[in-house]
Write a protein that binds this ligand. Structure first.
Ligand code: PD2
Ligand code: ZN
Length: 304
């Protein structure tokens, strides 16, 4: 049976810092061969609870659980529970080459399992893309990024674009887009942030970043207070970009070209609330022409 040595202490404290749930951590330790009461006590201690309280909690659990022997510590279980190892559980997006998304058939061009990325064609028709651009063109404001310390929105150099937000369901057309995207992502429409339109001129870019709010940064709490963590993104390309402007995934060595009506989906939070660092991504510099995108971010819970 394993013991809570220095590497487990590190695992415990880093998972607390990353915002993992108590139950998911206990499950991971039990899978790695710890007895349930030992796992409970260690996790409660890591969350800063009084050890006596933790011991009481462990006793209470013992009383209700059948006295089943703890599973043997297999190598596979240890690997599974290893610190920072993101578990790729099943994506919510439907299987198949064509997905019926609310009112439209959407074609799958490419799927990647690690990180979970899917490239689609025809999420929007050319007319719908042009309508979104024309609605937005005169209402753009310089884009911001989240300050990791304060959680406030800052205009900074690594995001050279202008944007506008639409409230969820703000009119019939936006509601149709929200519903189609929710159906494609297979995630509740209520969990979605409002659609964001972004415009990059020539040389505009968005340097590599995570769309999730890093749990170890103080400013993230401001954003996760409502709706919880972001779980997945859909970036839809509203025009063909003459040169450059790909969505890049530098850790995965992958890039997606901007093609009108197409989209890239990526998922970074699994069912255990782990976050996938391989989803680091950015918008490469636009080398010719301009670039318009529409973005949907989905949260763990209802948003707004
Ligand atoms: O413009 C893009 O391709 C892009 C890439 C990555 C946009 C975003 N992220 C974003 O708005 O988060
Ligand atoms: Zn992004």
């Amino acid at each position: 049976m394993p013991v809570v040595d220095a590497s487990w202490e590190t695992w415990l404290s880093s998972n607390v810092a990353r915002g993992c749930s108590i139950d998911s951590m206990i499950d991971a330790m039990v899978q790695a061969g710890f007895a349930t009461e030992a796992a409970r006590a260690a996790v409660h201690k890591a969350f800063g609870r009084d050890p006596a309280e933790a011991a009481e909690a462990a006793e209470a659990v013992e009383a209700v659980e059948a006295a089943a022997p703890a599973p043997a510590a297999t190598e596979a279980a240890l690997v599974k529970a290893a610190p920072q190892t993101y578990q790729y559980d099943e994506s919510p997006v439907a299987r198949g080459n064509v997905i019926r998304a609310h009112d439209r058939d959407v074609h799958v061009l490419m799927r990647c399992e690690r990180p979970q990325v899917i490239v689609f064609a025809d999420v929007l028709s050319p007319d719908e893309c042009n309508e979104m651009i024309e609605r937005s063109r005169h209402r753009l404001k310089r884009s911001t990024t989240v300050n990791p310390v304060t959680g406030k929105e800052d205009v900074i150099r690594n995001r050279t674009s202008e944007g506008i937000w639409y409230q969820r369901g703000e009119d019939a057309f936006i509601e149709q887009m929200d519903r189609r995207i929710s159906s494609l992502m297979n995630w509740p429409v209520e969990n979605g942030e409002g659609l964001q339109i972004l415009h990059y001129g020539t040389s505009g870019e968005y340097r590599p970043h995570f769309d999730y709010f890093p749990p170890d940064q103080a400013g993230s709490a401001v954003h996760t207070a409502q709706g919880g963590q972001r779980v997945a993104t859909l970036v839809i390309y509203l025009n063909d970009v003459a040169d450059g402007g790909e969505t890049i995934f530098p850790e995965a060595g992958m890039s997606v070209a901007a093609k009108q009506g197409g989209a890239v989906y990526f998922r970074y939070m699994n069912g255990q609330r782990q976050l996938d660092p391989l989803t680091l991504h950015g918008g490469a510099p636009v080398r010719g022409g301009d670039k318009w995108i529409m973005t949907k971010w989905m949260r763990e819970r209802a948003y707004g």
